[in-house]
Design a protein around this ligand. Structure first.
Ligand code: PLP
Length: 388
């Protein structure tokens, strides 16, 4: 069989593959400590589940508008105004099957073959693959610990060519957990405006911040940048709703309309009754987000202290998300070798940095319980100790 050429140009998601391998080992009774999954370990808050169950009982089981339930689009526009200072109406918002789908819709709507999309590395692994799937050109800009794994305005300016259409910004970041400061965002916004390109701000971790770090939405920094900004966000991380598949894209009406047309011919609306859970998530108390955050904060400190006590690893302290991104270069192993050996010999699952364009690092998620963290760190310590 001859598959379409685009298939050979993309790689299956390594994070999903490793998480699946860890789950399969667990199912076989192996005592695996998994730090691979990018998903909170909490159940979805009860009031969100109850709202979806009520909608289901009430018969909200039919096709809905492709762009989403009007009430949810309104609630999202309101949230974007109150939380992020972005002046959107419902027509500026489309509800999608997760943040992943909102980004994919955007790529289909905006990127022509040959258009360049600037992606700072370390990156969330789906960005370049999505660009490739629509025949765009991912332009990877490497960053390192010296700038906190953040792209500088100079790096961004240098990467822009006449073919550049879009810049992908992700703060707080997966995989590094780093959060851009308001000043850094402002400087990047100026470059975007000067070059007259678009920026998509992936804000899926915006609520997961520590030590007083502030999230600022790039589109809120003035009219010029607002008109060039797309916001991608979702319910998965803040409300522990990964399996619900609920996200959204917000931006200029023309782009949102195009994304709705694409969605209308591909997936149609997101599961109707699930959208009522999302409305409840936005319109009720945010205490559930706060209590998950408190748990993440404790785990982050424990994992960080343990990692920093392991000679040979060097781990920056990030201000957001639920990941740590140790540099393993002193161990002499490349990231995939390191991760395979760690899983096989000590039953600890972590993600190789090569998946994120950073082969000197590994990614550990601390969205798991404290016992697993302590046990996994004991095993990691033994493993690294044996290497040196
Ligand atoms: N963006 C980033 C940076 C992510 O880490 C993820 C999930 O891991 C997503 C987007 C997509 O989230 P979802 O499609 O589950 O809403």
């Amino acid at each position: 069989m001859k598959l379409a050429a685009r298939v050979s140009q993309v790689t299956p998601s390594l994070t999903l593959a490793i998480a699946a391998k860890a789950k399969a080992l667990k199912a076989d009774g192996v005592d695996v400590c998994s730090f691979s999954a990018g998903e909170p370990d909490f159940d979805t808050p009860a009031h969100i589940k109850a709202a979806a169950a009520k909608a289901l009982d009430e018969g909200k089981t039919k096709y809905g508008p492709a762009a989403g339930e009007p009430k949810l689009r309104e609630a999202i526009a309101h949230k974007l105004k109150i939380d992020n200072g972005l002046d959107y109406k419902s027509e500026n918002v489309i509800v999608t099957n997760g943040g992943k789908h909102s980004l994919y819709n955007l790529m289909v709507a905006l990127i022509d073959p040959g258009d360049e999309v600037i992606i700072p590395a370390p990156y969330w692994l789906s960005y370049p693959e999505m660009v490739t799937l629509v025949s765009g050109v991912p332009v990877i800009v490497h960053t390192d610990a010296s700038t906190g794994y953040k792209i500088t305005p100079e790096q961004l300016r240098k990467a822009i060519t006449p073919k550049t259409k879009l810049f992908v910004l992700n703060s707080p970041s997966n995989p590094t957990g780093m959060v851009y400061t308001p000043e850094e965002i402002k400087a990047l916004a100026q470059v975007v405006v000067d070059a007259d390109i678009y920026v998509v701000s992936d804000e899926i971790y915006e609520k997961i911040l520590y030590d007083g770090a502030e999230h600022i939405s790039i589109g809120s920094l003035g009219q010029e940048i607002f008109h060039r900004t797309l916001i991608s966000n979702g319910f998965a991380k803040a409300y522990s709703m990964t399996g619900w598949r609920l996200g959204y894209l917000a931006g200029p009406v023309e782009i949102i309309k195009a994304a709705s047309t694409i969605q209308g011919h591909s997936t149609s609306n997101v599961c109707t009754f699930a959208q009522y859970g999302a409305i409840a998530a936005l319109q009720n108390s945010q205490d559930c987000v706060k209590s998950m955050l408190e748990a993440f904060a404790k785990r982050r400190q424990v994992m960080l202290d343990r990692l920093n006590a392991i000679p040979g690893l060097s781990t920056a302290k990030p201000d957001g998300a639920f990941y740590l991104f140790p540099d393993i270069s002193k161990t002499g192993l490349k990231s995939l070798e390191f991760c395979n050996a760690l899983l096989e010999e000590h039953q600890v699952a972590v993600i190789p940095g090569v998946a994120f364009g950073a082969d000197d690092n590994i990614r550990l998620s601390y969205a798991t319980d404290m016992t697993t963290i302590e046990k996994g760190m004991d095993r990691l310590e033994k493993f690294v100790g044996r290497l040196s």
